[in-house]
Design a binder for this molecule. Sequence first.
Ligand code: UDP
Length: 487
Amino acid sequence: VAEGEAIHVVFFPLMAHGHMIPLFDVARLFAARGVKATLITTPANAPVFTKSLANKIDLEVIPFPSEQVGLPAGVENFEYATGTDTLEKFLGALRLLESPVEGVLGRLEPRPRCIVSDLFLPWTADVAGRLGIPRLTFHGSGYFGMAVSDAMRKHRPFAGVEDEDEEFVVPGVPGEVRLTRRKTSPQLKAAEEKQSGIRELLKAAFEAERKSYGVIMNSFNELEPDYAHHYRNVMGIRAWSIGPVSLCNRSIGEKATRGKKAAIDEHECLRWLDSKPPNSVVYICFGSITNMSTPQLRQIALALESSRQNFIWVVRRPAEAEEEEEWLPKGFEDRTRGRGLVILGWAPQVMILDHAATGTFLTHCGWNSTLEGISTGVNMVTWPVFAEQFINERLITDVLRVGVSVGASQYFDRVVEVASVGREAVEEAVRRAMVGAEAEEMRGRAAELKEMAWKAVEEGGSSFEELSHLLQELRSFDAARADEYYL
Ligand code: UDP
């Protein structure tokens, strides 16, 4: 590439909002730094990427082979892949994308210099290998989650533990990370027993991670330094921390249009927040794919009612739930009028978290939500549901000490089927995060983390510099020596 000429980088996110949103942010970061960026997706997911204002990203839309694997038309997102059968079909369809993606990469002009693709699209490493270009893995998770999951797989510390609720310490990682079988082993068990597709995928994903050029991490070095060091030097994986990526492109329009169209007018939402004192609102959201049962929603409603705090509550219900079903306690809306806002569907999350009135975030500890909470300096109430969310919880409550746990101990497969956490526990955790000396102390630490996050992405900050180094390497990448980069 001649001096000053833009290199071309192709981005390929996994079709799940928790993966598409941050990788889109990464693509925009690259574009803002002079890279020609192309993003590959499928028809039903394309609107996520085209809504953005001042979009400098080229889209390549490839058909999703739903029909070929026996999925209904339009089922192109992990969100709909609930249940073992659908999930297996969905994973099968992802594998069929290999050849179309290779076709796109082969014909794009100018010739792509690199592909950045999700951890769970491992075959992209083979495609990149054949084309002689580097593949960078994008993780939907941070260093802490990656390090602890790796140690769990290697050391299986839960193996000798009989009691599902007995805490064990995860060996081989810095600090004392405590987990239980109930919070973690179902994931491993599921991977081993029923969901063989998931097991195969995990295996392939981590093998491909090792043979890729390196990893792009949505994190910043100052947030989890011991675990970033562990990942790079003990696990031996090359990684660039370039986050929090949600801090890029922050104008109101951009914030509100991340992911899907919001189910509330964002100006109305802002007016509502403007009318509330600083740090007086609890924001409750369980991410893009977790659904709550009616009994569990009722417990949350009762807790919010008796907490007497202002709240914005984002509610996602299972697709099969009856529209008219009474899921809120009778009179809830009247009794919380003026101090509560329920959003049925998609919320402009970052915009809400960013508002001075929002004081606490009750979160399921998905990595994007975790980082968004950190970048906006709110206290957190942690309520993990599945995957590495129970691990992220330990980072929030024990390592960073900016959150209070509701004490969720049951791993669910994305759908909370029973009322696993009672109203008292929810109310108590919300109160601890909102008022009193403990809340104030947490708020102090949360404010420091927010400042560190913003510093990291500013010119000269650690994430800014890591991206500069990465881009420099990609610019000078010598295709003739590509073999040296692949183990
Ligand atoms: N999100 C949003 N509005 C919603 C729900 C989610 O904007 O109503 C965004 C949220 O800001 C985050 C992403 O969707 O960027 C969810 O990712 P996360 O890793 O937190 O959880 P997942 O959805 O993968 O479980």
